[in-house]
Design a protein around this ligand. Structure first.
Ligand code: PGA
Length: 251
């Protein structure tokens, strides 16, 4: 079966209001209509303004980089899923390694965020991945399995069908070091098997699994040609319209 190809940009904490609007418009202008969904994962402050550009292309969507686990209430400085949906956000990146490392997010909290997102029809882009020491110790497969089981495997099959997974080896994020296509394929096939064991072959074969970690125009084609790699989660290269568009065109 044909899985949904997705290339999601994660702008992280970059771009002023004006720069963000210009970048989103340049991507909307240059994006070819295709079966690949392109997603802009912008800081909260940009979401509302770039939604105008996003609406110009059917295959262009909007993601937040985080959400709060509660529906609303006294949580000063936080953003709810209702607020995100109200400005046209359809996806939310959850469990990025930077959230795990710098904000102490663990599977227990992420499972709550996943539930809150799904309860508001937001599709989670659930991130997983190991640091170098864990890979060198040979524990990367079990580490990623625990992240996926702990954050996602309480979901029903119907709920799980809305989830996108992003495998991002932490040692490849922002470092210029990319996992080899074989390393990416090995982990993606492992994750797909894990999903199959839990939810069955049909759900597993329909799940989009993205690779993230120094994806560039120069390496995207080879990564995306792997059997179980269905796209990318792109940080640095998503901040330049030409690079991001070239990655989207790599399928
Ligand atoms: P990078 O970031 O492409 O700059 O390595 C990827 C990510 O953190 O999602």
């Amino acid at each position: 079966m044909k899985r949904q190809h997705i290339v999601a940009g994660n702008w992280k904490m970059n771009k002023t209001f004006e720069e963000g609007r210009n970048l989103a418009q340049a991507i909307a202008d240059g994006l070819n209509e295709s079966d690949t969904i392109a997603i802009l994962g912008t800081p909260y402050i940009h979401l509302s303004s770039v939604s105008t550009a996003v609406q110009q292309k059917l295959n262009l969507k909007l993601a937040a980089q985080n959400c709060h686990q509660a529906k609303s209430g006294a949580f000063t400085g936080e953003i709810s899923v209702d607020m995100l949906s109200s400005v046209g956000v359809e996806y939310v990146i959850l469990g990025h390694s930077e959230r795990r490392e710098f904000f102490g997010e663990n599977e227990e909290l992420l499972a709550q965020k996943v539930d809150t997102a799904l309860g508001n029809d937001l599709k989670p882009i659930y991130c997983c991945g190991e640091v170098l020491a864990i890979r060198e110790a040979g524990n990367h497969l079990s580490h990623v399995a625990n992240q996926i089981k702990g954050g996602l495997f309480h979901l029903s099959p119907a709920e799980f069908a809305s989830v996108v997974i992003a495998y991002e080896p932490v040692w490849a994020i922002g470092t210029g070091v990319t996992a080899s296509p074989e390393q990416a394929q090995e982990m993606h096939a492992f994750i797909r098997q894990l999903i199959s064991d839990k939810y069955g072959e049909e759900v597993s074969q329909a799940t989009s699994i993205l690779y993230g970690g120094s994806v560039k125009p120069a390496n995207a084609k080879e990564l995306f040609s792997q059997t179980d790699v269905d796209g990318g989660l792109v940080g640095g290269a998503s901040l330049k319209a030409d690079d991001f568009l070239a990655i989207i065109d790599s399928f």
